[in-house]
Structures are given as structure tokens and as C-alpha cells.
Design a protein around this ligand. Structure first.
Ligand code: GLN
Length: 549
């Protein structure tokens, strides 16, 4: 029987509710529990797939190909048993879409369809599906208490508390405890008000997690407990950590996992956090440093590549390397030249959509190839590597992806429908289809060619990785590109290009899939580990030495 922990947020947004939820999941899992994790998002978009990464950060893709909120990425990185999927992320839009579809079908038998009970029932059903058969399901409610949009979600979780009882439901509320420098004071009032707001809609939090710059002094902890009707020991301090991976221990040291498991009546072994301790230790004691450039767009919004940034850091953890990431707008390379890449030990071109800065990315690939700088291309980063090889190795002038130039003389990357005439294959995906409906999404298996850099990095010739893209390498150009030296080291079961590499180069590897979605700090990811090891080697005087974190 699954128990639930609901996590709400108050005072302001961006307090790190996703990370807090993920860390709580990690310390509960460390006590031997299986955990599922759900995010409820109050916005009207049916899923975040069509939202600009500028506004909403990265779109995280789950194993089953669901486009979800980036918090699902935190959950999977921190909790091994939490495997996200179709039922792990609900938005207001998706809930309403489903209720309206039912209403149109006549499922409500003529009833007046209302927020309570129809919308709230739909939310509760969704949560139960997402919970699966885990011991504990953690449900994070997006937004801030007091927002109009989140009310139906809060009402649904209030009802679940009544229906399941206090020994199966725990409410955690995350707030901000600001420090006012002019009066040198810590202020608990916003927390008091936020809890008041939550109680006014019928939810009494069991645990408060108070975000603050410094650890919360005892006096403030007492005061918050008194005013919010929360036990003093259940007022947890979450101060700004210099390293994300210190947070599980920070929470465990204050007894957070014990408070939850006691309320749920679970008698469990002590939390085993040795893997998290090892990560912190590895991060604090690197034996080398590398400079890695990430060349793309939206570089001023780091959240748009959060999984990739994390995966590079995981590569650092597993090779004991400090990874310094330099975010470079590809447009700047077009306008100011390539000099900014000269000091780099590794270059990454991440996934992306739209033509802004595309020539800058192609120039970046050329620079990495000609100067022997380790190159890792991801999704669009593979496509630009193919375009660059077509232009400069195979002599196919004007080669391009049809995403950026419909009239290119050499569509080396194109929609399958654009190259099917010559192969005779049928392909139902097309540009006219619904947005979000045309993508190759989710995990698919990839066959790696024995002896290639891809296969040696993975230590296997059969892998499974997640996808999120529309365009493919045009198979009609494969022979010409192979003759020019490009090796197609990974192929899908339906013979689409999944990985390319350049033998003779210290490390030149690109994937059509997104390996960053399956990287986590404890296990690392073979591609990122070998890329960072290559960057170390590039860094003069340093020998790569893979260390187990
Ligand atoms: N824009 C490219 C495509 O749709 C690449 C997508 C990506 O990098 N995720 O195929």
C-alpha cells in the first residue's frame, strides 16, 4: 500500500522545491524504500513540450517518451527507483483535457461538471496511477501556495489526506526564511503567513523545510514551530549548499527521513548514504581540472540544459576532475570568431531547435575536428557534425539540414519524408503533423559497431537511450560520408543513424539521442565519463585516471 508525501511551496518560487523533493526521495530510498515521484504543474499547457526553454527550462524526456518538467530529471538523478513516465507529470491543461474529453463522451451522465469533484477526482486518479506500487510516492505541487492556478491541486491533496489518513499522508511545506542585512535579522513572518495560507485551504503541514542563506538558529526554529503548529524537530533548515549533493546528508542529519517514516509507521534500517558521501568527497578532491565549452543558444539560461550540465559534472565525479563549463552563444562565434574556443579541453554542442547560430555551431565542429579538441555532439550536435563533415570532408558544398535550409543542394539531414522517395520506405511522420506529435521520442535501442569509440566507451554493443528530435541523417548520403572518413558507429533497429565518430581524432563522438537524460551522479554515464577523461588527456600534463566515486 503506497503512502504519500505531498510537497508544497510558499513565499516565493524558485526555492528549489524539485531538488528538495528529489533529496527527500534519496534519503527515503536510502532506508530501503521504493519511491515514485510525481510533479503536478498548475499551468494550462498540456505538457511542457511546446514551451520555450527560455521560460521553462529544459524539457526532460522519460523512458516512455513523455516530455516532462525538468524536475523529473532531478527525481531520476537522485532516486534510482523513481522512473518517470506518462503518469509522473500532470498539468492543469492535461487534467482539463481529459475531463473535457470525458464530458464530450457523456461519461458524466448529464451531471454538471465542476472543479470539485470532477477536476479534483481526475487529479487524484492521476496521482494514484503515477504512484504505482512504490512504498512511498512523493508528489511535488508546482507554483506557490496562494496562486489561483494551484488551488484544484491543493484541494485534491487535501482530500487525499482525509481519505487515506494521517498515517499514510505527510505534508511538507517549503518556505523562505529571508535574512535582512540592514537590520541583521532573520525573518520568520513570510513562513508564518505562508503556512496560514495553506491552513486556510485545509492543509496543516507536518514538516516545514525552511530555505535560508545560513543554518536556521534555534530561536527562529522554535518561533516558526510555535506559530505554525509544526513540531520543533520537524522544522528543517535547508541552507544554501555549495554543492547539490550535500543536501541529502544535510536533511538526513536533521532527522527528516525519520520524521516521515515514523509518521507513516514504518520501522526501517538506518539510512545508508555512503554513495552520496562518496560523491561529495570526489567533487571536493579533484585531481585535475578541465575547461569545457558548451556552444549553443539560450546559454544565459542554464536551466535549458540542466541535465547536460549535470551529466558533464557526473563525468567529472567519476574521473575526479573539476569540470569548468563555459557557456558560449554560437551567434557570438559567428560574429566574433572562434578564438574563445582556443583554451578549451573539450567542446560540446548540445541539442537545439531553430536556425539561430547554426553556422557558428558548424564552425565550432570544424575547429574541434581540425585542432584535435575532444568533441561531444548531442542530437543537433550530431547533425552539425554530419553537416560539417559533408561540407569539409566530403566536398558537398552547401550541405545543410532542411530544418534550416529547405533548398539545400545536399540535404544530409532531413525529415524522413524528404528522403523517402529514394529509399522507398514509408514514413508516417511529417512536418504537417501536430507539433509534439512528430518527434522521435523516448528510449530506443541502438546497435554499436564493435571496436568503435562508441562501443568502447559504453563497454557494450547494445544500448538504449532516449530521443527527442524530428530530423534524421539522410541515409542516401551515408556512403559518401563514410568514404570521407565519418564512421556511423551506432544505428537504430530501423537503420537510422544514432552515433557518428571520426577515427584518428583524440575523441570525436556524437549521438542523435540524448545520453544526458540517463546520467546520474552515483552511476555516472559512460559517454560523459569517457569524454571528460579525453578532456583531461587534452589538458597538458594530465593523464586520465578513472576513479570510482
Ligand atoms: N532540431 C533537431 C531535430 O529536430 C535536433 C533536435 C534536438 O537537438 N533535440 O531533429
Amino acid at each position: 500500500m503506497t503512502s504519500y508525501v505531498f510537497i508544497t511551496g510558499g513565499v516565493v518560487s524558485s526555492l528549489g522545491k524539485g531538488i528538495t523533493s528529489a533529496c527527500l526521495g534519496a534519503i527515503l530510498e536510502a532506508r530501503g524504500l521504493t519511491i515514485s515521484m510525481i510533479k503536478l504543474d498548475p499551468y494550462i499547457n498540456v505538457d511542457p513540450g511546446t514551451m520555450s526553454p527560455f521560460q521553462h527550462g529544459e524539457v526532460f524526456v522519460t523512458h516512455d517518451g513523455t516530455e516532462t518538467d525538468l524536475d523529473l530529471g532531478h527525481y531520476e538523478r537522485f532516486v534510482r527507483t523513481a522512473k518517470g513516465g506518462r503518469h509522473s507529470n500532470y498539468t492543469t491543461g492535461r487534467i482539463y483535457e481529459s475531463v473535457i474529453a470525458k464530458e464530450r463522451r457523456g461519461d458524466y451522465l448529464g451531471a454538471t461538471v465542476q472543479v470539485i469533484p470532477h477536476i479534483t477526482d481526475e487529479i487524484k486518479q492521476g496521482v494514484k496511477k503515477g504512484a504505482g506500487d512504490a512504498d512511498i510516492c512523493l508528489v511535488e505541487i508546482g507554483g506557490t501556495v496562494g496562486d489561483i492556478e494551484s488551488l484544484p491541486f491543493l484541494e485534491a491533496i487535501r482530500q487525499m489526506g482525509i481519505e487515506l489518513g494521517h498515517d499514510r499522508v505527510v505534508y511538507v511545506h517549503l518556505t523562505l526564511v529571508p535574512y535582512i542585512p540592514t537590520s541583521s535579522e532573520i525573518k520568520t513572518k513570510p513562513t508564518q503567513h505562508s503556512v496560514k495560507e495553506l491552513r486556510s485551504i485545509g492543509i496543516q503541514p507536518d514538516i516545514l523545510v525552511c530555505r535560508s542563506e545560513k543554518p536556521l538558529p534555534d530561536d527562529e526554529r522554535k518561533k516558526i514551530a510555535l506559530f505554525t503548529n509544526v513540531q520543533e524537530k520537524a522544522v528543517i533548515s535547508a541552507w544554501d549548499a555549495d554543492d547539490l549533493y550535500k543536501i541529502p546528508a544535510m536533511m538526513h542529519d536533521q532527522g527528516l527521513d525519520g520524521i516521515v517514516t515514523r509518521q507513516l509507521g514504518l520501522d526501517l534500517p538506518k539510512a545508508d548514504l555512503h554513495e552520496w558521501d562518496a560523491i561529495v568527497e570526489a567533487k571536493q578532491n579533484p585531481s585535475a581540472e578541465v575547461n569545457v565549452a558548451m556552444v549553443g543558444k539560450y546559454m544565459d539560461l542554464k536551466d535549458s540544459y540542466i541535465s547536460l550540465v549535470e551529466a558533464l559534472q557526473h563525468g567529472g565525479i567519476h574521473t575526479r576532475t573539476r569540470v569548468k563549463i563555459h557557456y558560449i552563444e554560437s551567434k557570438d562565434i559567428e560574429e566574433q570568431g572562434i578564438d574563445c574556443l582556443k583554451e578549451m579541453n573539450g567542446i560540446v554542442v548540445p541539442g537545439g531547435f531553430g536556425d539561430r547560430g547554426i553556422e557558428g555551431k558548424i564552425d565550432t565542429v570544424r575547429f574541434a575536428r581540425e585542432n584535435g579538441i575532444p568533441y561531444l555532439g548531442i542530437c543537433l550536435g550530431l547533425q552539425v557534425a554530419v553537416i560539417e563533415a559533408a561540407r569539409n570532408l566530403a566536398g558537398l558544398d552547401g550541405a545543410m539540414s532542411t530544418e534550416f535550409d529547405k533548398k539545400t543542394p545536399h540535404p544530409v539531414v532531413a525529415l524522413i519524408t524528404e528522403w523517402q522517395d529514394q529509399t522507398g520506405d514509408t514514413e508516417e511522420r511529417s512536418e504537417e503533423s501536430d507539433m509534439g506529435g512528430t518527434m522521435r521520442l523516448g528510449a530506443q535501442s541502438v546497435a554499436l559497431q564493435q571496436g568503435t569509440l562508441a562501443a568502447t566507451s559504453y563497454g557494450s554493443t547494445e544500448i538504449e537511450e532516449r530521443h527527442r528530435h524530428r530530423y534524421e541523417v539522410n541515409n542516401n548520403y551515408r556512403d559518401r560520408l563514410s568514404e570521407a572518413g565519418l564512421v556511423f558507429s551506432g544505428l537504430s533497429v530501423d537503420d537510422l543513424v544514432e552515433m557518428v565518430e571520426l577515427p584518428g581524432h583524440p575523441f570525436f563522438l556524437a549521438s542523435q539521442f540524448h545520453p544526458e537524460f540517463t546520467s546520474n551522479p552515483r552511476d555516472g554515464h559512460p559517454l560523459f565519463t569517457s569524454f571528460i577523461a579525453a578532456a583531461r588527456e587534452h589538458n597538458a600534463g594530465e593523464l586520465p585516471e578513472a576513479a570510482e566515486a
